[in-house]
Design a protein around this ligand. Structure first.
Ligand code: ADP
Ligand code: ZN
Ligand code: ZN
Length: 824
């Protein structure tokens, strides 16, 4: 006779236990056991009990006498859906993470060991309980005495093998409700509510019993009669009365005081209603296309390529409205909540309480509360950063990813997932639509759109025919030649002065200082680059060498420019602080603010700075990447980009793409209101195609050129890149292990007849960031065709896991990143 067996991932941090363990299932558990449930299992030699997650159940007809039995089910139902579980398992494979890390990403936030299922009384049963069984009545009796009871305690008290069925039955007829809670340091909050004791008595009758002089009491009764249950605070305010009056009504047994848990709701207060816009013809076309494709099951992946200010957000909003009408739910991903307050305000302003905002700064308790609100279907829309892609909706209709080109969608922690790929997978699993939006699509996404995998929708104009800003390129070599050694060109200086006079606002952008330094000639713009990889060489102070971090090529830095012979050949880089000091000195009358990691470490500081810009309290905002995202300030008419070269010369194959995106996005902040905008871009490389194409607002031409380079030098989307970083405290050991791991991988490749991949393996080399948090880091980079990548991944994973358990490699760790954002 066949039996049910279950595959369980145990919640144990050791990497060698990170695999499915098979357990037998007792007869009386068979029916209830589902994948996605937590269980208690005996584990290891001592058979100590440990919590785990069931990832699979199956019928099995072989011998099971060797198997241990699952001891107990910890949940009365799966805590995540089948699809979400599958998504987690898919991530593990795709991003080479551990089971546990992958599952943690999709499970409720917090420590899943601390989750408890509670049973509540929802509605007291009416007098007709004759249809209930003896056990069901017992359950009700227990709950009559307690507000709630944990599933575990209930099991202990009732002692019946079919208890889950009884609970389910009571839930179906609306008597019970079950819910999850997580142990957290954040206490629950309760709030007092007031209601009439008996809702079946007529108003006249209620009033007539109250003394004529007690008119406040009458008012309260009237109010409650009209409005129903009301928070105490609100009632006191609305009726303008005191606690005393409430107390006396309670004494008369007319009203009831009820304590209710307040879910910690992190939606910012005081957000104004965001009125619906009448769509322009082009917006309407976009919306209709998407809705039609979804309806007719034609396509369900879309890219809205719309210039800055073309009204993409309004399309998202109306799209969601339509889907909600059909009973669907929506997830909206934004790069980072605190940097995109305006986008969030629009969603909350349009849909109010129907929105949950998953802020990265929520406390553990708040995060869990939001998760529950979503799970219980109390909200229909979730807006959040990348992890919101796992929001536990049951009827997902759409995932929208705004600013899809942003690199914050890629996780830097395990599992190192890309939220866009995860979203796509989730949409496939749940039959939902995926909408990506941006003014500057990533090369990979646009490539797929051109190949017909994603439907492309283009918006070429700003709303109300507002013009795109004029982009002026300033050649900093000329500045030097005419004697200006300042970091501000004459043009930018003059434009700022002019703007101050006009009482308009200015944004000055400075790229976050790169981790590495490149060498360039200030006279002719020459950049030291690797011949093999087309990547800027990185200057290393320690040994005065130039290095390529892709192929490992080493060169001596030139003392005079190889191109023009000038001796103005320099290391590059300057900080926002320095720019701020200079601006304050040059324009003492201006109100200046700086927004970078140093000025925004405190909670709410982003919002405050942006609020000040909005209110006109700031004339000049100086910032890093933080200010590139979705800001819509009508008085900003000038954007200055201090040094386009910093991003242009990052030692990364995406540097051209990043530069184009940056110029377009930062520039796109200018001229969004009633006044035309201009952008001044300072650079030593005015002819570079990223800069030229950004100047002309010509994405397609930029793409056409960049895609050729990607093919030529074998980068995504043509190839997959895997970066393996080997790190540890002991410098010698790190390099030794790196070489050994490399050797083993090569050996495995040969065994598997994959020699052809060898030529596209680079390293082992010291990583661009050679030392990080006291760890020495080495790196191996693999490039492979999509077709070979899963075999390659498998080999890398096996070699690394195998090694991580060997004593010889104690203190050495491996970090694997599939298609990393950058290889710094
Ligand atoms: P994007 O996200 O494409 O950069 P936004 O969604 O921020 O553009 O829209 C730019 C501005 O145009 C916003 O201030 C928005 O309120 C406004 N807007 C959008 N759609 C319309 C419309 N149909 N009619 C009038 N104004 C609109
Ligand atoms: Zn030169
Ligand atoms: Zn190279």
């Amino acid at each position: 006779m066949s039996k049910i067996i279950a595959k369980v991932i145990v919640d144990n941090r050791a990497s060698k236990t990170d695999k499915p363990y098979t357990y037998a299932v007792k007869k009386d558990m068979e029916e209830d056991l589902k994948q996605g449930m937590r269980v208690l299992v005996p584990f290891g030699m001592g058979n100590r009990f440990i919590k785990g997650i069931v990832i699979e159940t199956e019928r099995y007809s072989g011998d099971i006498f060797k198997l241990k039995y699952i001891e107990e089910l910890l949940d009365d139902r799966p805590i995540i859906s089948e699809e979400i579980l599958e998504l987690g398992l898919w991530m593990r494979e795709k991003y080479l993470s551990s089971y546990l890390d992958a599952l943690h990403a999709v499970m409720p936030p917090g420590d899943i060991k601390e989750i408890t299922t509670y049973i509540y009384m929802k509605n007291r049963p009416s007098s007709e309980t004759y249809s209930l069984s003896h056990i069901q009545k017992n359950i009700i009796n227990l709950l009559n005495k307690n507000e709630k009871i944990s599933f575990k305690e209930l099991k202990e008290k009732i002692k019946d093998n079919n208890i889950r069925k009884h609970i389910k039955k009571l839930e179906e007829i609306g008597i019970l409700e079950t819910d999850l809670e997580v142990g957290t340091k954040v206490g629950k909050r309760y709030e007092k509510y007031i209601d009439l004791k008996d809702n079946n008595i007529k108003l006249e009758e209620l009033i007539s019993e109250i003394d004529n002089r007690a008119f406040k009491q009458k008012e309260i009764i009237e109010y409650l009669y009209m409005h129903g249950e009301t928070p105490l605070k609100k009632l006191l305010k609305e009726v303008n009365t005191s606690h005393g009056v409430i107390k006396s009504l309670e004494k008369k047994n007319r009203i009831a005081i009820i304590e209710r848990e307040v879910l910690r709701n992190p939606i910012p207060k005081g957000i104004l209603n965001y009125e619906k816009h009448r769509l322009t013809e082009k917006q309407q076309y976009c919306l209709d296309e998407i809705l039609n494709c979804i309806k007719e099951n034609k396509e369900n992946k879309f890219l809205i390529h719309g210039v800055t200010g073309s009204g993409k957000t309004e399309i998202y909003l109306q799209l969601i409205e339509k889907l909600i009408e059909k009973g669907k739910e929506a997830i909206v991903l934004v790069p980072e909540i605190s940097l995109t307050p305006q986008t969030v305000e629009r969603f909350v302003g349009r849909f109010g309480q129907n929105v949950a905002v998953l802020h990265s700064r929520l406390s553990a308790g708040e995060r869990f509360d939001e998760w529950r609100r979503i799970k219980r279907g109390e909200v229909k829309i979730v807006v959040g950063a990348r992890s919101a892609v796992f929001a536990p909706f049951n009827n997902l209709g759409i995932i929208i990813i705004d600013e899809e080109h942003e690199n914050s969608y890629k996780s830097s922690m395990n599992p190192k997932y890309n939220a866009i790929e995860v979203a796509e997978k989730r949409c496939e699993l749940e039959g939902a639509a995926l909408v990506l939006g941006t003014a500057t699509p990533s090369i990979e996404t646009y490539y797929r759109a051109k190949n017909g995998e994603i439907k492309l929708l283009t918006l070429l104009d700003r709303i109300n025919n507002k013009k795109l800003p004029i982009m002026n390129i300033v050649d900093m070599r000329d500045e030097l030649n005419s004697g200006n050694k300042s970091i501000l060109s004459t043009d930018l200086y003059n434009a700022i002065e002019e703007n101050l006079k006009d009482k308009k606002q200015t944004i000055l952008f400075l790229n976050r200082r790169g981790y590495s330094t490149f060498i360039s000639c200030r006279k002719c713009g020459y950049i030291a680059k690797c011949k093999n990889c087309d990547i800027s060489l990185t200057y290393h102070f320690s040994d005065n060498k130039l290095k390529c971090h892709y192929c490992g090529m080493i060169d001596t830095p030139p003392r005079i420019c190889p191109k023009c012979g000038s001796k103005y050949i320099k290391y590059f880089g300057s900080g926002t602080q320095r720019v701020e000091d200079l601006i304050k000195k040059l324009f003492p009358q201006a109100k200046v603010a700086r927004m970078d990691v140093d000025t925004t470490s405190r909670k709410g500081s982003h919002e405050k700075i942006l609020q000040n810009v909005k209110n006109g309290n700031i004339d000049i905002l100086i910032g890093t990447q933080m200010i590139t995202k979705g800001l819509d300030f009508p008085l900003v008419t000038l954007v200055g980009i201090i040094a386009a070269d910093t991003s242009l010369n990052l030692p990364d194959f995406r540097s051209s793409e990043r530069t184009f995106q940056l110029l377009t996005q930062v520039g796109g902040r200018a001229g969004r209101g009633d006044f035309e905008g201009q952008v001044i871009v300072q650079t030593y490389n005015p002819k570079h195609f990223s800069i030229q194409m950004a100047k002309e607002h010509n994405y397609t031409q930029f793409y056409n050129k960049e895609i050729l380079l990607r093919r030529e030098f074998k980068y995504p989307p043509y190839m997959e890149i895997i970066s393996l970083v080997i790190y540890g405290r002991d410098k010698g050991k790190v390099s030794e292990v790196s070489k050994e791991v490399y050797g083993k991988i090569i050996l495995e490749l040969r065994k598997n007849k994959l020699e052809k991949l060898e030529k596209d393996i680079f390293g082992p080399n010291p990583a661009p960031l050679e030392k990080l948090k006291n760890n020495h880091r080495w790196q191996i980079i693999f490039k492979s065709d999509k077709g070979d990548s899963s075999m390659l991944k498998d080999i890398i994973n096996r070699v690394c896991i195998y090694n991580s358990q060997s004593k010889k490699y104690k203190g050495i760790k491996f970090s694997i990143d599939v298609n990393p954002n950058s290889i710094l």
